[in-house]
Design a protein around this ligand. Structure first.
Ligand SMILES: Cc1cc2nc3c(=O)[nH]c(=O)nc-3n(C[C@H](O)[C@H](O)[C@H](O)COP(=O)(O)OP(=O)(O)OC[C@H]3O[C@@H](n4cnc5c(N)ncnc54)[C@H](O)[C@@H]3O)c2cc1C
Length: 323
């Protein structure tokens, strides 16, 4: 389809269009597309459910919308096509009494989007369960499989962020047949008895519901910034000025600090600008009410500049910007 509006395909609800929009439902579609791309040298972008992209303008090229479906479960191993919805996969695994995904309940997006930024929530990351990620390299037409080490997962990072020519087709996960609740994360209440993974899932969904803003009500991409990682020297300097700074140990010389805390400290929680703002519920979430990206990009830059000035800390964007 040509000149299609992308409004219903990105959770910020930007009204940009693409020259060409193609929905892929099979590997054959992808191999054929790869041939065409190599011949025509057309620019392309891969789209899952559009919950972690910031589209900056009309896209001059092909948007490839993922519709690959199918889940196969054998024993404790789960193979999922990348076009499946992430939370549907979490539900299916719980129904099959396979455990591990419960803390990742309610994260929007596709299964194929999950390894890109190594989705994480409430003390768990998807990389904890990934055996391999299968891809089709659209620039060569080759099938390429990445084992766990080759995926180079870290906090909201993977090799795939640097290789946008790889279309993730399938992911193999290993889950546990034994339910072991992971309740260490600070915002999970400690005073309730947990006897099932379903209970953990409902607690997580309740917390998410209270803290996060649904894109249907206020268009957003979840966290707009990553939590910055700083050195021990920098941390000590900040702690001497701000004893209430929220931070987490990574290793002896690396500490993660809370980007939400930084934004609150510059007084921008709930801040409103023209057609966009910082969520009143969660200061890492920027909400958009405009059809174009300029305002939210200005707002994100304003936040970054104020934080550099006050704390000498650089915030990094979490979503992928595409143009
Ligand atoms: C309300 C809300 C809450 C959120 N909460 C969390 C959270 O708790 N934790 C968290 O980690 N994230 C969270 N996110 C971010 C988002 O849900 C995840 O990043 C999700 O994995 C994105 O999946 P998607 O299919 O929507 O990807 P898209 O937004 O469509 O794409 C994101 C990037 O991945 C690439 N991509 C997508 N699919 C493929 C594929 N098959 N092959 C190759 N590249 C692909 C795209 O090209 C793009 O660069 C939240 C977002 C929202 C809106």
């Amino acid at each position: 389809m040509t000149n299609k509006s992308l409004r219903n395909f990105n959770s910020l609800k930007f009204e940009y269009s693409c020259e060409s929009f193609l929905e892929v439902t099979s590997y054959e579609d992808l191999f054929k597309l790869s041939k065409e791309i190599r011949k025509s040298k057309t620019k392309y972008w891969i789209l899952g459910e559009g919950t972690n992209v910031v589209i900056l303008n009309d896209l001059k090229g092909i948007v490839i919308k993922n519709r690959l479906l199918g889940i196969t479960i054998t024993d404790n191993s789960v193979e999922s096509a990348s076009g499946e919805n992430w939370d549907d996969l979490v539900k299916v695994c719980l129904q099959k009494k396979l455990y591990g995904f419960e803390n990742l309940s309610g994260i929007p997006g596709s299964v194929g989007g999950s390894p890109i930024q190594n989705i994480g929530a409430y003390g768990v990351e998807v990389s904890n369960f990934i055996d391999y990620v299968e891809t089709i390299n659209l620039d060569t037409g080759n099938l390429e499989v990445f084992n766990f080490e080759e995926c180079k997962f870290s906090y909201r990072e993977s090799i795939f962020k640097k290789l946008p020519n790889l279309f993730i087709t399938k992911i193999k996960f290993s889950l546990s047949k034994v339910f072991k609740p992971n309740l260490a994360y600070e915002s999970i209440p400690k005073d309730i008895e947990i006897s099932s993974a379903e209970e953990v899932r409902s607690i997580i969904l309740k917390i998410r519901n209270e803290r996060l803003t649904k894109p249907e009500a206020q268009p957003n991409v979840g966290s707009f910034f990553k939590n910055p990682i700083i050195s021990k020297t920098h941390l000590d300097k900040l702690l001497s000025d701000y004893s209430d700074l929220k931070f987490y140990f990574i290793n002896e010389n690396q500490y993660k600090i809370s980007a939400a805390w930084l934004i609150e400290k510059i007084g921008m929680k709930g801040y409103e600008m023209k057609d966009c703002g910082v969520s009143k519920k969660h200061s890492l979430v920027l909400v958009n009410f405009s059809q174009k990206s300029e305002n939210i990009v200005d707002l994100s830059n304003k936040i970054k500049n104020e934080i550099v000035e006050k704390f000498e800390v650089e915030l990094e964007n979490e979503p992928t910007f595409i143009s």
